[in-house]
Design a protein around this ligand. Structure first.
Ligand code: ATP
Ligand code: MG
Length: 587
């Protein structure tokens, strides 16, 4: 197919869109691939839509290859199935809800576990129909709190979601493994640099789950990788081992001291070193216990305060905390709640007023770095006073532990103890072993070999299809524009008419026609624009091979440029179709 830029529905922009913070967003808008319709909601223009469909094609091929069958559900869904699994409430504000003219509740599907479970229940009644795997490529809706970076985090987005149905755990494991392999092939074909990491299953429920994260500084996910063994995990899923108990027999009884004007860890450590110097070493933030208060808003609206004790040298990681308390949402502790809990003295909160085992007190969870027997400096629950030598287990206890503190570069690997490295990525795919949660809630059972009813076990597997367009752009661009891998590109060869004369146009038409007849997808820049504009746009649009037909024509040559490397060479016109075909076929 020849796409003539003179008639293509395209307008490239020289200026970055004002709201674009990341390169993929800037370039996709400037190159005329997508256009914002509303916050987190984008329209696909011809070139963007081609790339999207090329990605869909790769996904379809790989899903078909593992025997998954394509179906297509509505996006507009009834409330009842989501009510039955609790997700109508659990999804909270992320769910787009609407009513029909009869005031019945509907939602725009954020993910389709319920619908697939019910469809299979409708049609399948015997073990003979299993194993079964179904998928769809569908528009999803989530009213994200922070839509971001164009189509990277949209409120409307395209997802491939698939679901496996098996009789037993071994079947589920096999389906999961097949999906994992298919995902590896998909992300390899997308040309992404990615890692596979252990993940939390979040709102889905279920147990084993892994994410495919594309390497990207702008990614919203932080993951860790062990510098020695093959452990890799999203920080949300890192289980920091509890520090081993320490012997507290030599620690003197706890004593309360005046520490005026020390509401922060920094001021406290300075005051300790000045007024209560240690003999062995200076006090450090690591010696202090900071008690952080938050509010949990549970699905349905009830609000519960929560206190978390962490060593003073660590912050709470909001994403780790959210993952631990989901489906509850985390909100800041307000002045109003301080007023309602007069025993809490801001900046001087100690463990002795915390712990749900005390009537009316706030639930208190400790970071696993707070070992049994370890001694701390912490708030004395009086303004300007701290307690020293307060020993965990001896002088205070908590209601449990929580994995909510930040995981840092250099922290020990939970598997082998060697240092971890942190990096950032974009979540591209997520595979889960759901187990029987949805089948139980919705009554999906089949008759087994012995005629006994058994509950089916399920897996759920997602790929961010529209997000992949942005992730590939993020992974592969330079300051002049996009650089598409050939399989994803909106065309194979971008022919530029770089000069006025009739001969130049004729040669360009001839080359384009020759390529087109062999099935190569061609852009022909036949616009009445300057050569400079055409070159700038060719680099912005990101087609992998550029063929410049210009002054060289008089001497019988045209120029072939490789978009990724920038390398250029002259090729005799007589050979050009053949040379370009070689390049295209080499991939
Ligand atoms: P995230 O943690 O990024 O919000 P998620 O864990 O909620 O994603 P899943 O429910 O696992 O997402 O959805 C499967 C896939 O759909 C994700 O791996 C991601 O690639 C894609 N996806 C999820 N939310 C969005 C979104 N708002 N915009 C674009 N793609 C998304
Ligand atoms: Mg996910």
């Amino acid at each position: 197919m020849i796409t003539r830029l003179s008639t293509l529905f395209l307008r490239t922009l020289r200026e970055d869109p004002a709201d674009a913070e990341v390169a993929s967003h800037r370039l996709l808008v400037r190159a005329g691939y997508i256009r914002r319709a509303a916050p987190g909601i984008y329209s696909w223009l011809p070139l963007g839509y081609r790339v999207l469909r090329n990605i869909e094609k790769i996904i379809r091929e790989e899903m078909d290859a593992i025997g998954s069958q394509e179906v297509h559900f509505p996006a507009l869904l009834p409330r009842e199935p989501y009510e039955a699994t609790g997700r109508w409430t659990e999804y909270g504000d992320n769910l787009f809800r609407l009513k029909d003219r009869k005031q019945a509740d509907y939602l725009l599907g954020p993910t389709h576990e319920e619908m697939f479970t019910l469809l299979v229940k409708d049609i399948v009644s015997s073990y003979k129909s299993l194993p079964l795997s179904l998928y769809q490529i569908q528009t999803k809706y989530r009213d994200e709190a922070r839509p971001r970076a164009g189509i990277l985090r949209g409120r409307e987005f395209v997802m491939k979601d698939s679901y496996s149905f098996d009789l037993d755990d071994a079947g589920l494991q096999a389906a999961y493994d097949r999906h994992r392999e298919a995902y590896i092939r998909i992300f390899d074909r997308l040309g992404l640099r990615y890692v596979i990491v252990a993940a939390m299953s979040g709102a889905m429920g279920g147990s084993e789950s892994e994410e495919f994260l594309a390497d990207a500084e702008v990614g919203e996910d932080t993951y860790v990788r062990c510098t020695t063994c093959d452990y890799a995990a999203n920080v949300e899923a890192v289980a920091v081992p509890t520090d081993a108990p320490v012997d507290a027999s030599a620690v003197p009884p706890a004593h309360v001291e005046d520490t005026p004007d020390t509401p922060t860890i920094e001021t406290l450590v300075a005051a300790l070193n000045e007024r209560f110097p240690r003999t062995d070493r200076p006090w450090a933030a690591r010696d202090t216990l900071k008690n952080v208060l938050v509010l949990l808003r549970h699905p349905g609206g009830s609000v519960e305060p929560l206190a978390i004790g962490v060593p003073g040298d660590r912050e709470i990681d909001p994403k780790r905390l959210e993952a631990q308390v989901a489906p509850a949402e985390v909100e800041p502790f307000t002045e109003e709640h301080f007023a309602a809990n007069p025993s809490l003295i801001k900046g001087y909160i100690g463990p002795e007023v915390l712990g749900a085992y005390r009537a009316g007190a706030i639930r208190y969870l400790l970071d696993p770095h707070v070992a049994e027997g370890s001694a701390w400096v912490t708030g004395a629950d009086e303004p300007g006073r701290h307690v020293i030598d307060l020993v965990a287990g001896r002088d205070f206890t908590a209601d449990g532990t929580i994995q909510a503190a930040e995981v840092r570069d250099g922290d020990p690997c939970p598997v082998c103890g060697n240092p971890l490295r942190t990096a950032r990525g974009i979540e591209m795919g997520h595979i889960f072993q759901l187990g029987r949660k949805y089948a139980d809630a919705l009554g999906l059972q089949v008759l087994d070999e012995n005629g006994k009813l058994v509950t089916v076990t399920m897996g759920s597997y997602g790929v961010g299809v529209s997000r992949a367009v942005a992730a590939v752009a993020e992974n592969s661009h330079d300051d002049r524009g996009l650089i598409w891998p050939r399989e994803l590109a909106p065309a194979d060869v971008h022919v530029v008419i770089a000069g006025k004369g009739e001969e130049i146009t004729e040669v360009a038409e001839l080359i384009s026609g020759g390529l087109d007849r062999t099935g190569v997808r061609v852009f022909l820049d036949d616009r009445n624009a300057s050569v400079g504009v055409k070159f700038t746009d060719a680099e912005l649009l990101g087609v992998p091979t550029i063929c410049v037909v210009g002054r060289g024509v008089a001497g019988g040559v045209v120029e072939v440029r490789d978009r990724a490397s920038g390398s250029k060479r002259e090729v005799p016109i007589a050979e050009i179709t053949e040379r370009l075909l070689e390049i295209v076929r080499a991939g």
